[in-house]
Write a protein that binds this ligand. Structure first.
Ligand SMILES: [Zn+2]
Length: 64
């Protein structure tokens, strides 16, 4: 699994971004983005592996 801490700024001085501030849909999209950028089987925006496809379908199924 990749390091997911990069977008979770825990340093002081900037507003904390907590999970609760993101909707499930936003979090799912982030997961998709994270996966696409790290997965050798995904060509970002052009090709999706089965995992990415699953996340994508889950994202599309979620309400706003
Ligand atoms: Zn993938």
């Amino acid at each position: 699994m990749g390091d997911r801490s990069e977008w979770r700024d825990t340093s002081s001085g900037s507003p904390r971004t907590t999970d609760s501030e993101f909707s499930q849909k936003q979090k799912t999209f982030r997961a998709y983005m994270d996966h696409s950028m790290q997965c050798p089987d995904c060509d970002y925006g052009n090709r999706r592996c089965d995992v990415a496809q699953g996340i994508w379908e889950a994202w599309r199924a979620l309400p706003r």
